[in-house]
Design a protein around this ligand. Structure first.
Ligand SMILES: C[S@@+](CC[C@H](N)C(=O)[O-])C[C@H]1O[C@@H](n2cnc3c(N)ncnc32)[C@H](O)[C@@H]1O
Length: 289
């Protein structure tokens, strides 16, 4: 490496309380890409700095050189998870992209409920579930169509790479503002109102929670589940991945979709691999290869 390249790598990429060089940023970005698929470019350096500066403060470290060394040590293994959690974006909401839930309610659920009533196994997957609003919206949609759906073999798998957010999702407790998109009648029926000090909150009732199984799962790691899915929601996550990784994920979904399954993706995502056909706005089905 030439002296001038070395100088650039050692130069500050963000000016702040903790020295943060281009080399530190590259090390963090390389780690994140290898372990989550998330690709960061230099435009995200300030965001990385602000999210990780809190970790440095908490750990009592003086600079990002120390932090980058720490995550490589045996003691720092847990910090790798904390770093991933800090750098993932968990923004979500109930019934986000409502046309997907309209489609699920009108075009998928009636057929799936019929299959379930014939004794068939019905499986839905929220493949980056964040704090749970997405899988619970899927559950509420199924319950709209069949209020006693829990009597049948209908299950929703909800997974995310971030263990802490999965734990929050499993808890199923939401602030008043978060439940605003849920129609009042649905909310009254399937959620219980609580107080947390001065704040009002809502707890998803057991009849809804029992439909959903939450697990930690890295989309670029191995997928341990057996069996295929009727519905997959994978929304607003591959947008953070490079094209090759996105393509790999789409190809893997193909393997776990039943012949009549539908895959719902985020509004700014698209699928460009053979074997998928459009089934609506950001909704895909299997087609001819
Ligand atoms: C912006 S949220 C999207 C949540 C929800 N699907 C929605 O559209 O509202 C993105 C989620 O993807 C998760 N995520 C990021 N990389 C992941 C990976 N490699 N495997 C599984 N989940 C991942 C994040 O932890 C985060 O909760």
């Amino acid at each position: 490496m030439s002296a001038s390249v070395a100088r650039v790598r050692e130069s500050a990429i963000v000016e702040g309380e903790y020295p943060f060089s281009r080399r530190n940023f590259e090390q963090i970005a390389t780690f994140l890409r290898a372990n989550t698929g998330i690709a960061l470019n230099e435009a995200k350096a300030a965001l990385v700095y602000s999210r990780l500066a809190k970790r440095l403060r908490l750990l009592g470290l003086r600079n990002f050189d120390e932090y980058c060394r720490y995550i490589e040590t045996a003691d720092g293994a847990q910090e790798q998870h904390e770093m991933i959690n800090a750098l993932t974006t968990n923004v979500t909401r109930f019934y986000r992209e409502p046309h997907h839930f309209d489609h699920l309610r009108q075009d998928m659920a009636p057929r799936l409920v019929q299959l379930a009533k014939q004794g068939k196994r019905v499986r839905l997957w929220s493949a980056a579930c964040s704090s749970g609003e997405e899988p619970y919206s899927m559950a509420l949609t199924m319950l709209d169509v069949c209020p006693d759906v829990e009597r049948y073999d209908v299950k929703i798998l909800a997974t995310d790479i971030d263990a802490k957010i999965v734990a929050r999702a499993r808890l199923g407790v939401y602030r008043e503002e978060a439940v605003a998109p849920i129609p009042a009648a649905t909310r009254e029926r399937w959620m219980a109102r609580e107080r947390d000090g001065a704040a009002k909150q809502w707890r998803v009732k057991d009849a809804v929670r029992s439909l959903v199984t939450f697990n930690e799962l890295n989309l670029i790691g191995s997928w341990p589940m057996r069996g295929q899915f009727d519905v997959i929601f994978c929304r607003n996550v591959v947008i953070y991945f490079e094209n090759d990784t996105q393509e790999l994920i789409w190809r893997r979904f193909k393997e776990v979709m039943k012949a009549d399954a539908r895959l719902y993706i985020g509004h700014s995502e698209r699928i460009d691999v053979p074997g998928f056909e459009s089934a609506g706005l950001t909704i895909y089905k299997l087609g001819d290869v």
